[in-house]
Design a binder for this molecule. Structure first.
Ligand code: CP3
Length: 358
């Protein structure tokens, strides 16, 4: 499926020159840019106050509230980018899945794909207005953010979405999804292709509404070995990333991907996400320095004393050695019990750091 792209809003000089977008393009920066996955979330009292009044899906579906939590988190933390408040699973609704965020249970899909023929009911994402609330949130957040703060849009990568679509919720071993994949590679390819088609339209529309960068969350892809990644995932990721607006940097993120990094890089992305299980310097060497990297502090380090958080942040920064193209982040999202003060100390440490090499 080839898509005619609508034009992007012009990139202002303040945004184009922001440390975050400079790092995406591997241009030198005086200070390493930092943002944190799940920076707007339950570890913040102000977020919990809003969630006491509305459900998670209501929050996602209200552009006004999504703007409030997104912009609040960016300003409170003083981070170098904002991320759209939404969820990777929202795209599943308009293509035919009944999605619920059950209290204390996480996401539930009431009509998962289980048999090969179930793939036939996965619809095309041909009416963008069904996710109009996301695009409205993007343009409203863009208007509300300071003019030099980039906004990151995002989507789930097709493997991670397929896991949810087949399992019907979270899973430890993804046995239903992987058994489906092994049993009927043809039906798997159809499912992945439909998810890719929908995601291309979805992400391009976020960029057209005002997102300056797009992140693909392949959070669960680390459950696959390299051969399976190559066969069942990589061709789909290649087509997806090739279908995105050029000139809008793409962050390709996964966890538990130490055996997959080169394959992910070859699938595409301007920035590759690293989790904390890998050595930062070694991984960047493996990837090659012609790609930018994002990461990779263990989110659990934020539960340690402040001095330890600062020391460990410096360790990551020392490994980056001032090389252009590093975006500081955690290796995965902030956990709900994280003390806000510790997050502020981390951001301060990253911003205070000056590498010897620069
Ligand atoms: O990073 C951000 O601040 C942007 C917002 C964001 C959320 N989810 C908000 C959210 C992003 C980027 C996501 C992505 C997402 N959602 C992923 C990929 C990233 C990752 O963590 O690996 C996944 C796997 C999901 C699916 C999902 N959404 C799960 C498994 C859960 C439950 C998790 C839990 O801890 O309860 C959610 C809910 C969710 N998404 C919350 C938030 C802030 C918590 C909901 C609440 O307020 O109760």
């Amino acid at each position: 499926m080839s898509q005619t792209l609508s034009p992007l809003p012009a990139l202002s000089p303040a945004l184009a020159d922001s440390p975050f977008l400079r790092a995406c393009r591997r241009e030198p920066n005086d200070v390493t840019p930092v943002w944190l996955m799940r920076q707007a979330g339950r570890y913040m009292q102000e977020y919990r106050d809003i969630r006491a009044k509305v459900s998670f899906l209501e929050l996602c579906k209200s552009p006004e509230l999504a703007t409030e939590v997104t912009v609040y988190a960016q300003e409170r933390l003083g981070v170098d980018a904002a991320i759209l408040f939404a969820d990777i699973l929202l795209i599943l609704e308009p293509i035919g899945f009944n999605l619920e965020f059950a209290k204390g249970e996480g996401p539930v899909i009431h009509n998962p794909v289980r048999e090969s023929q179930d793939v036939d009911r996965v619809r095309a994402f041909d009416d963008k207005s069904t996710l109009g609330y996301v695009f409205d949130a993007v343009s409203s957040i863009r208007r509300a953010l300071k003019p030099n703060i980039p906004l990151i849009g995002f989507a789930g990568a097709p493997f991670t979405l397929a896991c949810y679509a087949i399992e019907g919720g979270g899973s430890r071993h993804y046995e239903k999804a992987k058994a489906f994949m092994y049993r009927d590679p043809g039906a798997w390819d159809v499912l992945m292709s439909r998810l890719v088609d929908a995601t291309i339209v979805y992400l391009n529309a976020q960029a057209e509404a005002g997102a300056q960068c797009l992140q693909l969350f392949d959070s669960w892809v680390g459950t696959l070995g390299p051969d399976d990644y190559r066969q069942f995932v990589q061709p789909h990721m290649k087509r997806l990333i090739a279908g995105l607006h050029k000139g809008v940097p793409c962050i390709h993120f996964g966890t538990d991907t130490s055996t997959l990094l080169e394959l992910q890089r070859d699938a595409g992305g301007d920035v590759i996400g690293l989790d904390w299980r890998v050595d930062f310097a070694q991984s960047w060497d493996r990837l090659g320095h012609d790609v930018a990297v994002q990461g990779n502090l263990d989110p659990v380090v934020l539960f340690a004393p402040e001095a330890e958080i600062r020391a460990r942040a410096r360790k990551v920064l020392d490994q980056a050695a001032g090389r252009p193209g590093h975006i500081f982040n955690l290796g995965h999202g902030i956990l709900p019990q994280t003390p806000v003060d510790h997050v502020l100390a981390l951001v301060d440490e990253v911003h205070s750091y000056r590498p010897a090499a620069r």
